[in-house]
Structure formats: structure tokens, C-alpha cells
Design a protein around this ligand. Structure first.
Ligand SMILES: Cc1cc2nc3c(=O)[nH]c(=O)nc-3n(C[C@H](O)[C@H](O)[C@H](O)COP(=O)(O)OP(=O)(O)OC[C@H]3O[C@@H](n4cnc5c(N)ncnc54)[C@H](O)[C@@H]3O)c2cc1C
Length: 375
């Protein structure tokens, strides 16, 4: 048996690494156990948006949570860069959602008005820019003829997600945390007097708390500690071009130019189980869509196409929950782990450290689901 820890975090992806970093910063002894190289790792294959606009449409707590995370991001990014020396390529000049045709522009305006109205305590976040206003705001944009305008949200941002993951883990290690890779958690035994024994291969680790943040791998672990969550994978495919001269000043939903100059084009939302294949049909669809907005992309060479699986709950909202049956067991799951990283490393880690989730997170408890679906 290895020495006791205050927390064992299962999963060193985007969610686990952020939480573990926050816990280690509070002086807790934290062990993070990560899975195999063949695991599904959304942390290493995502789009890198820190996105607010439209997030949580139809679900106000999720909308508020996204606003809160975006508000925390600038300080979070600055502090993380200072602590680790890793440049995150975080840019928070806002984000666009392009509209093609007049009807799409009107629909978007109606939808975003309704969305903004759900949070009367916050200043409105969306500006609808018709084509003329869009070009005046961003004169460098060379738009396709059919673009009618865009919704703009000044709180949207983007970041290099690989650098973000590396920085979260570097900060965790600097703060005294221990990270063991290729050591997947296989079993969690609640101890009679409280706490847990975590089995990973031949090793056993004891801790007062366990945090299940293993993405899709959490499905296999939750039932051991009364935290069954009915997760499903959702495939997202992405294309990336060679490096190009600047052509998109701020990120947009479905297309963004990275700090290195490459342009990422996406994204599909496909319910195909655990199938990680990429498809020519998706590549053609995404390319056509991007070209309608930014025709200059026609001359760009595509250098890569990949797919990865989102960690989806039945209603698409995050899950933050403690186990009623086994106090000290927690779980955190979401499909916006980049956007929410500032919240996970800050307020969520502090709440876990204090031993209770705030009432504002009640809406994210897993008991909202029929757990018989979790099997
Ligand atoms: C195509 C695509 C685009 C996306 N774009 C965005 C975006 O623009 N903005 C945004 O905010 N979010 C985006 N996301 C979502 C974001 O990537 C995820 O929300 C985030 O990565 C989830 O983090 P996670 O830690 O839960 O899971 P992951 O990042 O998948 O990590 C899970 C980790 O758990 C480990 N693991 C598995 N089983 C075990 C076990 N038994 N024991 C220990 N460890 C285990 C794995 O090895 C892995 O390291 C996107 C996702 C996809 C698929």
C-alpha cells in the first residue's frame, strides 16, 4: 500500500488536470492516475475554443457557468503562464458565429436575443453584426458572397489546447502533485471507516477522497462508488490547413486560425459509438461550409484530418456530484473542458477541497438522470 493522499484524481485529461492543479495549489497531497495511451483523449484533439455564445441554450445554470468560466479565464491564463512559462496562445478578442443568407441571420438574432434574456443580471453579450457592420469591425475579413452577417460575443476566446493541458500538468507537478501515467484505475474500494483504496495494476493507493475525471473512462468507475453517470461518446471531426497568412482575426464557431497560422475547420457531431474513423464525406461537408464563409481557404492545403470523441451526458450539461453513498467520492464530466478549465482549477477545486459543492451546482448533479441507463 502506498502512502495516503488527500485526493486521488482518476484521469489526467482536461478536467482531471485542472482540478488536480487547483487541489495541489491548496496544499493538498494529490495523486493523479492516468490511463493508457490508447484511451480516448478529448484533451489532445479538441478545437480549443473558450466559448460562451449560445452555450447552455435552454439551460440557464449551464449558461451562467459558461459566463463565469469565461470571466475567470484572463486571470487564470495569465497566472498559469507565469507559473509554468508555457505560452497558452490565449486570445480573448471575442468570437463570431457566421450566418449565411438572410433567414439564418434573422434566426440567429432571435435565438441569441432569447439566450441573452435568460441572464438579466448580466449585460447583454451578443451583438448581431450585419455584413456591413461585420466588415467595418473586421476590415481584414474577405467574406464569401452569401455571408449575411454574424453574431459576435466579446466574451469568447480561444487557446492552444495542447499547451493548456501541458501547463495544467506542469503547474500540478510544480505544486507538489504526483502524476502517474499509464496507470489506469481498475477498482475503487470504499474503506469501512471512510476513504478509499484505489487499485491500479499491481499497485494500491489510499486516499480520503477520489475524483473521477476520466472522461469516457468514468463510465467503468462510477458504479464502484455510487456515481453512475450514463455517458455516451459523440464523434467530432476536424480538419487543419497548412500555416497561412492572417485571414481570421477572431475565432468563429467551426473555424479558427491558430497562433501558428494553421486554420482549424470543424466540427461534426456524430453518434457513431466508439468509432474513431474520419470520413471523406465529413471533410467535404466541412470544407464546403468553410469556403462559403472564407473563400480564400480554397487555395490552402489540408495537412491533417482527425476525429475524437466528446464526453456527452444525456442532456449535454456537465455533471458535478459527490456520492451520497460514499462521501469523499466525486465526479466531474463535461464536453466543454477547455472553456470550463478556469472554473475547474479554481472554484470547483476549492469546493472539493472544502468537502462540499455549492448549491449553485445542484443543477449539475448526476441524480437528474435515470442511472439504470448507465449500465
Ligand atoms: C472534436 C472535439 C472538439 C472539442 N472542442 C472543444 C472546444 O473547442 N472547447 C471546449 O471547451 N471543449 C471542447 N471539446 C471538449 C473537451 O475536449 C472535453 O470536454 C475535455 O477534453 C474533457 O476532459 P476529460 O478530462 O473529461 O476527458 P479527456 O480529456 O478525454 O481525458 C480523459 C483522461 O482519462 C484517462 N482515463 C480513462 N480511463 C481511466 C482510468 N480508468 N483511470 C485513470 N485514467 C483514465 C484517459 O487516459 C484520459 O487521459 C471538444 C471535444 C472534441 C471531441
Amino acid at each position: 500500500m502506498n502512502r495516503d493522499h488527500d485526493f486521488i484524481v482518476a484521469g489526467a485529461g482536461m478536467v482531471g488536470s485542472a482540478i488536480a492543479m487547483g487541489l495541489a495549489g491548496a496544499g493538498r497531497r494529490v495523486l493523479m492516475l492516468d490511463g493508457a495511451d490508447t484511451d480516448y483523449r478529448a484533451a489532445k484533439a479538441n478545437f480549443g475554443l473558450v466559448w460562451v455564445q449560445g452555450k447552455g441554450y435552454g439551460n440557464v445554470p449551464y449558461q451562467r457557468l459558461s459566463h463565469e468560466a469565461a470571466r475567470l479565464w484572463p486571470d487564470f491564463a495569465r497566472d498559469l503562464e507565469r507559473e509554468t512559462g508555457i505560452a497558452l496562445h490565449y486570445e480573448n478578442g471575442g468570437g463570431l458565429h457566421f450566418c449565411v443568407g438572410a433567414a439564418e441571420f434573422e434566426d440567429r438574432a432571435t435565438r441569441m436575443r432569447q439566450w441573452d434574456a435568460n441572464t438579466p443580471e448580466l449585460p447583454d453579450s451578443i451583438e448581431m453584426l450585419d455584413r456591413g457592420a461585420l466588415v467595418r469591425r473586421f476590415p481584414m475579413l474577405r467574406l464569401g458572397d452569401a455571408v449575411s452577417g454574424a453574431s459576435f460575443c466579446g466574451r469568447d476566446a480561444h487557446v492552444n489546447p495542447l499547451r493548456l493541458l501541458a501547463a495544467l500538468q506542469a503547474a500540478f507537478l510544480r505544486r507538489g502533485g504526483v502524476l502517474l501515467s499509464r496507470r489506469p484505475v481498475e477498482n475503487i474500494e470504499p474503506r469501512a471507516g471512510g476513504g478509499f483504496v484505489v487499485h491500479a495494476g499491481a499497485d494500491r493507493y489510499a486516499a480520503a477522497n477520489v475524483v473521477l475525471a476520466a472522461g469516457l473512462g468514468t463510465r467503468a468507475l462510477g458504479g464502484m462508488v455510487g456515481l453512475d453517470v450514463p455517458l455516451r461518446p459523440q464523434r467530432g471531426q476536424i480538419l487543419v490547413t497548412e500555416r497561412l497568412a492572417p485571414l481570421l482575426p477572431v475565432p468563429a464557431s467551426g473555424v479558427r486560425q491558430t497562433g501558428e497560422g494553421t486554420v482549424m475547420i470543424g466540427l461534426t457531431q456524430e453518434d457513431v459509438g466508439y468509432d474513431l474513423n474520419t470520413t471523406a464525406a465529413a471533410a467535404a461537408r466541412m470544407s464546403r461550409k468553410a469556403l462559403r464563409v472564407l473563400p480564400d481557404l480554397a487555395g490552402a492545403r489540408l495537412v491533417r484530418q482527425w476525429s475524437c470523441l466528446r464526453v456527452m451526458t444525456p442532456d449535454g450539461r456537465p455533471v458535478y456530484a459527490g456520492s451520497a453513498q460514499y462521501p469523499g467520492a466525486w465526479t466531474a464530466l463535461c464536453h466543454s473542458g477547455v472553456t470550463l478549465a478556469s472554473f475547474h482549477a479554481g472554484p470547483l477545486a476549492r469546493a472539493l477541497e472544502g468537502g462540499a459543492l455549492p448549491a449553485t451546482l445542484d443543477a449539475f448533479h448526476h441524480e437528474r438522470f435515470d442511472v439504470s441507463q448507465a449500465a
